[in-house]
Write a protein that binds this ligand. Structure first.
Ligand code: NAD
Length: 328
């Protein structure tokens, strides 16, 4: 099929398929961006949760700032996939992380969506080639992998599968940029992309330490919250090491620490998720959260995240102004 995509500026209607944590989050984001949003989930309880999530979080969206015309009244929660996607300029899929299911849902979206519609998956690591395998028009499909919550965290990882058209990848980049996101494009399929793969590596180490009785759930969280997590939001892990090398920068760090890191880099394989480890992790999280409901913890995380993003943006602006002043 010849690709006849609308320009990303012309997008007015977005469909979100799957209404869980990520689908609900996308709904909020696209409403805030001023679109008409159709949402579909086969389960009535999930459809109710989407509305609840929008009602609970809308004041935060208002506080963040709404695009012209944005309104939560522009949400339509529908009870068929066809109804959700048949008017959409772009579809953001967010169904469970099961390859067969995603491939079937994509085939169905592909059947009902207009020819100009781009179809994006939120998958955290399933190959796009697999997800598009049953589509008649796979050229208009790509990965648009968000981070939770999609209405606040800017990163989206974009990549195509074997049959994705390069224009679709570029379209997705332009579309996400227009919609307040900070996309990165992977030139080829990489298992778990970039950020999830880094998260997975850290989670693997954490579970090993909990299983071996070397650290508790709380110690793991404190170690990142009060340690490297603070720096990562400013420098990322690579520039962080560059700064850790003093005047010698990353070169000094690699020469200094490289040889001793060979052993930890190669020490561990996947942890065995035994019943005991599972229980330790669950009990640890319950202890740490003091038994407070997840919705309350999410609301607190969101408010703090907004404050952090604002503080970082403001500091970056001030530092950039100061640099231009120095040069001027
Ligand atoms: P979730 O379990 O919270 O939600 C999945 C939703 O999909 C449920 O509401 C379920 O009812 C619905 N669903 C099931 N079958 C469906 C179908 N045939 N059609 C439409 N909806 C259907 O899961 P989630 O955490 O929102 O994850 C969704 C996707 O987003 C996954 O691919 C996941 O890897 C990805 N993702 C998750 C996170 C995260 O932190 N949770 C982050 C980034 C990406």
């Amino acid at each position: 099929m010849e690709l006849t995509l609308k320009s990303p500026q012309e997008v007015s209607t977005v469909a979100v398929v799957g209404g869980g944590v990520i689908g609900g989050g996308w709904v909020l984001h696209y409403l805030r961006m001023g679109h008409d949003v159709y949402a579909y989930d086969p389960f009535p309880a999930a459809r109710e949760r989407i509305q609840q999530m929008v009602d609970d979080t809308w004041s935060l969206m208002v506080d963040l700032g709404l695009r012209a015309g944005a309104s939560r009244d522009r949400l339509r929660i529908v009870d068929s996939l066809e109804e959700a996607v048949r008017h959409a300029d772009v579809v953001q899929e967010a169904v469970p992380e099961v390859p067969e299911l995603k491939a079937d849902v994509f085939a169905e979206i592909d059947r009902y969506a207009p020819a100009h519609t781009v179809i994006l998956t939120s998958t955290s690591g399933i190959s796009m080639t697999t997800i598009q395998s049953k589509c008649e028009h796979p050229e208009r499909t790509a990965v648009g992998h968000p981070f939770n919550p999609p209405y606040l965290v800017p990163l989206v990882e974009i990549l195509g599968g074997d049959r994705t058209a390069p224009e679709t990848v570029q379209w997705a980049v332009d579309f996400y940029r227009l919609n307040d996101k900070d996309p990165i494009v992977l030139e080829r399929e990489v298992p778990a992309f970039i950020a999830s793969r880094l998260q997975e590596a850290m989670w693997r180490e954490a579970l090993h330490m909990i299983a071996a009785g070397e650290a508790t759930v709380e110690m793991i969280d404190i170690s990142i919250r009060q340690g490297p997590g603070l720096r990562w939001a400013i420098t990322g892990p690579m520039m962080n090491f560059h700064l850790a090398g003093g005047a010698g920068g990353i070169e000094h760090v690699l020469d200094h620490f490289g040889p001793t890191l060979k052993e930890p880099w190669t020490r561990l394989v996947a942890p065995e998720l035994t019943d005991e480890l599972r229980q330790l992790v669950i009990e640890g999280c319950e202890r740490e959260s003091g038994g407070r409901p997840v919705a309350e913890l999410v609301a607190e995380r969101d408010r703090t995240l907004v404050a952090i993003l604002r503080a970082r943006d403001e500091m970056e602006r001030q530092l950039s102004d100061a640099r231009s002043g120095d040069q001027g």
